[in-house]
Design a protein around this ligand. Structure first.
Ligand code: SF4
Length: 683
């Protein structure tokens, strides 16, 4: 009898972009164990601590189980019909009264591809707006921009397994041992057992830095300079791949000229990395049989994040490190489905499958399918939507699964802005900090309670199957969106996420040939070509431009914004191994919460000596935008005046974004979270 009630269901991990898949053993609602498999295409028999033990949150008493409507300032429980009727009538009447652009849409990289697709469809078809975005704006937009400008596609060049084939891996501004643990394991193994070389550039001596052959600590926000200096030095020495460039890349002369000022002397002065070390990096690239560059938020969350991403791609192009396994660009997608949220067109400038909104033929195809006219002008991104709300233009917002009030920078300001909305709908699994500003909160189902697909950092689309019944009256996001859209006359008739996937694939050449049959069980599909074939390696038939040639992107390094002298310490932030992002889920997983119950700010031994503090001291950090009170951990992982704060706090007195400010990457508007300065007060 006991065995009959035990069930094994395949799912895909929701805690990072590696995309591990495994079977979850359940009995009733109890999660018995997580069992990876040799059939899992990315991770085989591996998982990390989050994938293995991070699932208790699905049974948390804090889960939302019924719709909530704000009445007289308080949330009261409501039926689905009451809540959905109210959402449809309020959003519909705001659109009617104030016109296009009065309602904005925030989708999510935690929800499925199908759910992202229907959210962008609701925005474009029902509300006739391109004002739709997702949280890639907060992390990966600059990496995608740098790659689109150079190689014409934003995805990882090859598979995660291919990284192990590289002779050299360079990790820039990323901490994969904690942020992408199973991927990091492949690099660790290749480095230890197969002679792969490893260079790490980071402000913080993380685990990969400790294992590396060469660890460099450039001054904050200067990675672009050493990358360009390495490229210039290699070209000057004749170590570039002239044949590859002639055959595959445009604008070499112009690009070479643009590097003139990036001499060894200039780079040393700006970055603090010695000239000998820059030469050493260049020699390691020259000598390697294939170089992969992996990068993360330490690059992208800066005012020059997109240009630094382009500089990475330029270096790879100059040295012929594309179009073969074990070489190429690997932006590390952080959320489990940040790739998919973008693929599905939850972006202000792109329709599903990276068909640009200015492409007349693509727009005409969607206009025919949706029965509306689609504006050829890109809509507002997350950051521009907040500005529009602040200016009184955008009146209402629909947000799914993002805790914007915690993850956007300058949180005190964001809270002020959200409170200005005439009508705010949030669908989530918990009453997040953002949901506390909502007029209607709709209880959504987490990944374990629904079917669908996720797309990982290497562009791999995988099926997840419903492990548990939905809790209480919660519902899958796609169901909720369909109910709202249909109340406004959309006439959708999706009975299962596969119906949505089929429609998306029929409109998106990038996904032609992919469907739920192709994705059955452990099978998966890597997008990349327009021919319906799985594409492990991008650019085999040339780069994604009409002439099939890549382009060097020219961009000068710009000095980051400066702070007043009183703010004398930089504060960096990032993930820790045990927790996911802002911690909304892992803070509610008992085992993980017991292991890492609170956060702390890392302080270097030299700074601790100077300020007379030690591990356990409590300090107050003050930036121009807010203040936090935090316990101290003294560690040589950080050095000098650099502090580090894990980002997984939901509390007002310890969440990093009560310190971060309004500066953004100049091309994509991604907040420059990493360019934050504070002063320290010892309590
Ligand atoms: Fe989940 Fe990422 Fe850990 Fe894999 S490495 S189990 S996807 S958190």
């Amino acid at each position: 009898m006991r065995e009959e009630r035990t069930k094994k269901t395949k799912t895909v991990c929701t805690f990072c972009g590696v995309g591990c898949s495994f079977e979850v053993w359940t009995k009733d609602r109890k999660i018995l164990k997580v069992q990876p498999s040799h059939d899992a295409p990315v991770n085989a028999i591996s998982t990390c601590v989050k994938g293995k033990f991070g699932w208790d949150f699905v049974n948390s008493k804090e889960r939302l189980t019924t719709p909530l409507i704000r009445k007289n300032g308080e949330f009261v429980e409501a039926s689905w019909d009451e809540a959905l009727d109210l959402v449809a009538s309020k959003l519909g009447s705001i659109k009617q009264e104030y016109g296009k652009g009065s309602v904005g849409f925030i989708s999510s990289s935690k929800i499925t591809n199908e759910e992202n697709y229907v959210i962008q469809k609701m925005a474009r078809q029902v509300f006739e707006t391109n004002d739709v975005d997702n949280c890639s704006r907060y992390c990966q937009a600059p990496a995608t921009d740098g790659l689109f400008r150079t190689v014409g596609m934003g995805g990882d060049a090859g598979t995660i397994k291919d990284i192990a084939k590289a002779g050299l891996v360079i990790i820039v501004g990323a901490n994969p041992a904690e942020g992408h643990p199973v991927l990091a394991t492949r690099v660790k193994r290749a480095h230890k057992l197969h002679g792969q070389k490893l260079i790490v550039s980071d402000l913080r001596k993380n685990e990969m830095a400790e294992r590396s052959d060469l660890f460099v600590r450039p001054k904050q926000g200067t990675d672009q300079v050493w990358l360009m200096a390495v490229t210039k030095y290699m070209i000057d020495q004749g170590w570039h791949d002239a044949d590859f460039i002639t055959e595959n890349v445009n604008f070499f002369e112009d690009y070479s000229k643009s590097l003139e000022k990036y001499t060894l002397e200039y780079a040393e002065k700006v970055t603090g990395i010695s000239q000998a070390t820059i030469i050493n990096i260049a020699e390691m690239v020259r000598d390697a049989d294939g170089t992969c560059i992996l990068w993360g938020m330490g690059v992208t969350q800066n005012t020059g994040g997109s240009d630094t991403s382009a500089a990475i791609s330029n270096l790879l192009l100059a040295t012929g490190n594309y179009r073969r396994p074990g070489a190429g660009a690997y932006p590390l997608r952080g959320h489990n489905n940040v790739q998919g949220a973008c693929d599905m067109g939850s972006l202000p400038g792109w329709l599903p499958g990276y068909q640009h909104i200015t492409d007349d033929a693509a727009r005409a195809k969607f206009e025919k399918a949706y029965g509306v006219t689609i504006d050829s002008k890109p809509g507002l991104d997350n950051i521009q939507m907040l500005k529009s709300i602040d200016e009184g233009k955008m009146k209402a917002m629909f947000l799914a699964g993002e805790d914007m009030a915690l993850v956007d920078s300058n949180a005190n300001h964001v809270h002020d802005v959200l409170s200005k909305l005439d009508f705010f709908v949030v669908q989530d699994i918990f009453l997040s900090r953002t949901a506390q500003y909502a007029d209607v909160v709709l209880p959504a189902a987490p990944s374990l309670e629904k079917d669908g697909t996720f797309t990982n950092t290497e562009r791999r689309v995988q099926r997840l199957y419903q492990v548990l019944p939905t809790l209480g009256d919660s519902k899958p996001d796609w169901w909720i969106v369909q109910e709202i859209a249909n109340r406004l006359g959309a006439g959708w008739n999706y009975s299962h996420p596969s119906d949505i996937y089929d429609e998306m694939a029929s409109l998106s050449p990038l996904f032609s040939g992919a469907n739920y049959d192709v994705l059955e069980g452990w099978n998966s599909f890597l997008w990349g070509s327009n021919e319906g074939v799985s594409t492990p390696l991008l650019y085999v038939d040339g780069f994604n431009f009409p002439d099939k040639k890549a382009r060097f992107a020219i961009a000068d390094w710009v000095l980051p914004a400066q702070f007043e002298d009183q703010y004398d310490l930089y504060i960096n932030n990032g993930r820790m191994l045990e927790h996911f992002h802002e911690g909304n889920m892992t803070n509610k997983s008992e085992g993980i919460q017991r292991k890492v119950p609170e956060i702390f700010v890392e302080v270097s031994p030299e700074l601790a000596d100077e300020r007379g503090i030690s591990t356990g001291s409590v300090i107050r950090l003050v930036s121009p935008y807010g203040a936090l009170k935090l316990p101290v951990l003294v560690t040589d992982r950080v050095s000098g005046n650099e502090l580090f704060l894990p980002m997984n706090s939901t509390k007002k007195d310890s969440a990093i974004n009560f310190l971060t400010g309004p500066a953004v990457d100049h091309r994509t508007h991604t907040p420059a979270y990493k360019q934050t300065k504070v002063r320290m007060e010892v309590i």
